[in-house]
Design a protein around this ligand. Structure first.
Ligand SMILES: *[C@@H]1O[C@H](CO)[C@@H](O)[C@H](O)[C@H]1NC(C)=O
Ligand SMILES: [Ca+2]
Length: 193
């Protein structure tokens, strides 16, 4: 088991990062495909609530603008929303959904786990290319939905949103002066199973 952990660590096959205290993201890269598991604590589940993450340049601002947004709706768990934020406002839904093909969800160990796959580079300008990069910024948040099913703005407290910059190969946190407020615990996927 330890050998497997070390092997995966060296090859960068699996990585995991905590996103605040109620969410985590792990991923595995195989060839040109990346598989994500996004965990959201069951305690966050509520009617009229969404949760999501976005990918962005590691060197970019911590704002949502210019990020590749993926949202989940607790009232419609079968749906995965592929979006892009052109501003710090409601993201636009992509014309092509590049994350829905192998999407599934489950509940395990007190978390809703959303599993989805995409190509490292989907070729869609509304998706952030994860191909041949060392670091990526991952933003996370959750917020309310209207009774009509429209996404409404998330809160702004440090328990409601955050950003981490990680090494894509192993999920390890990139230390920056701005990331001190994030409690990011890094561990390997295979050390948990
Ligand atoms: C979905 O899974 C199939 C079979 O493993 C794979 O060939 C395909 O690339 C996957 N799709 C995406 C978008 O990753
Ligand atoms: Ca997108």
């Amino acid at each position: 088991m330890l050998a497997l952990v070390l092997l995966n660590s060296c090859l960068g096959l699996a990585a995991k990062v905590d996103l605040g205290s109620d969410m985590w993201l792990d991923w595995t890269i195989s060839g040109s495909t990346i598989t994500f598991d996004y965990g959201v604590a069951s305690s966050l589940k509520q009617a009229n609530r969404w949760a999501g993450i976005s990918f962005k340049d590691a060197s970019g601002s911590r704002n949502m603008k210019d990020s590749d947004v993926i949202l989940f709706n607790f009232d419609n768990l079968d749906k995965i929303y592929d979006m892009w934020a052109t501003s710090d406002d409601l993201p636009d839904t992509d014309a092509n959904n590049d994350v829905s093909t192998n999407y599934s969800h489950t509940v395990a160990n007190g978390y809703y786990v959303f599993t989805f796959q995409r190509s490292l580079d989907t070729g869609d300008s509304m998706d952030y290319s994860l191909l041949n990069i060392n670091q990526v910024q991952i933003q996370w948040t959750y917020g309310p939905m209207s009774s009509n099913g429209d996404f409404l703005q998330h809160g702004k407290s440090s328990s409601e949103l955050g950003a981490v910059i990680v090494n894509i190969n192993d999920g390890s946190l990139v230390t920056t002066s701005q990331s001190y407020y994030l409690i990011a615990v890094v561990s390997l996927l295979f050390s948990l199973v």
